[in-house]
Design a protein around this ligand. Structure first.
Ligand code: C5P
Length: 203
């Protein structure tokens, strides 16, 4: 069975958690496409040009444990504006999406560019303040000097760059279902996502 769930949205809206939970619930494979851009950004910080970095990506690049830092997120959103970088990553994402047994892909342009024919498209969002507070809780464990104001500023800069780029900007597909998690517990958000997928599965 081929069945694609596309989950897009801005940083720290909850799409990673929702995607993992949906994939586990239905036994689908999951691809966090942000990791492709983070791993590309990481290689650029190490000296590659953006295109070299995207073309040279190997599974071990995606498994690095240093991809979740603010510096790498920033580098990722910079390489993500380069059209050739995006093009180099398309085929891998599309074949993942159509693998047998169902797939969940989360990112920024899955429903709009990578899988416009996905059976389910969700756009997960939350206010910038709520998203910054969530990200701050995560990051402060490894960076005690960090402030909430700084995280909020970073979230806003990254949102602006992701939404205003010419190529594959962050925006909901026309037929995406909006899921605003600002006032939802993670359990409630996951339950809503699962209900949407269940409704779309072939009887
Ligand atoms: O989702 P995550 O925060 O890991 O993504 C890091 C960056 O990668 C984003 O800010 C965005 O610029 C880029 N990205 C993208 N398209 C995707 C996934 C991520 O442009 N499908």
């Amino acid at each position: 069975m081929q069945f694609t769930v596309a989950i897009d949205g801005p940083a720290a809206a909850g799409k990673g958690t929702i995607s993992k939970a949906v994939a586990a619930h239905f036994g689908f494979a999951h691809l966090d496409t942000g990791l492709l851009y983070r791993a590309t950004g990481r290689r650029v910080l190490d000296g590659d040009t953006p295109l070299e970095a995207a073309q040279a990506l190997r599974p071990e690049d995606l498994a690095r444990d240093d991809l979740r830092t603010g510096g790498v997120a920033e580098a990722a959103s910079k390489v993500a504006v380069v059209p050739e970088v995006r093009a180099a990553l398309v085929d891998f994402q599309r074949s993942f999406a159509r693998r047998d047994g169902g797939a969940v892909l989360d990112g920024r342009d899955i429903g709009t560019v990578i899988c416009p024919a996905a059976e389910v498209k969700l756009f997960v969002t939350a206010s910038a303040e709520v998203r910054a507070a969530r990200r701050f809780e995560e990051l402060k464990l490894t960076d005690p000097a960090l402030t909430l104001a700084q995280v909020l500023a970073d979230v806003r800069v990254r949102d602006e760059r992701d939404s205003s780029r010419a190529e594959a900007p962050l925006k909901p597909a026309q037929d995406a279902i909006l899921l605003d998690t600002s006032d939802l517990s993670i359990e409630a958000a996951v339950a809503q996502a699962i209900a949407q997928v269940s409704a779309a599965l072939p009887g």
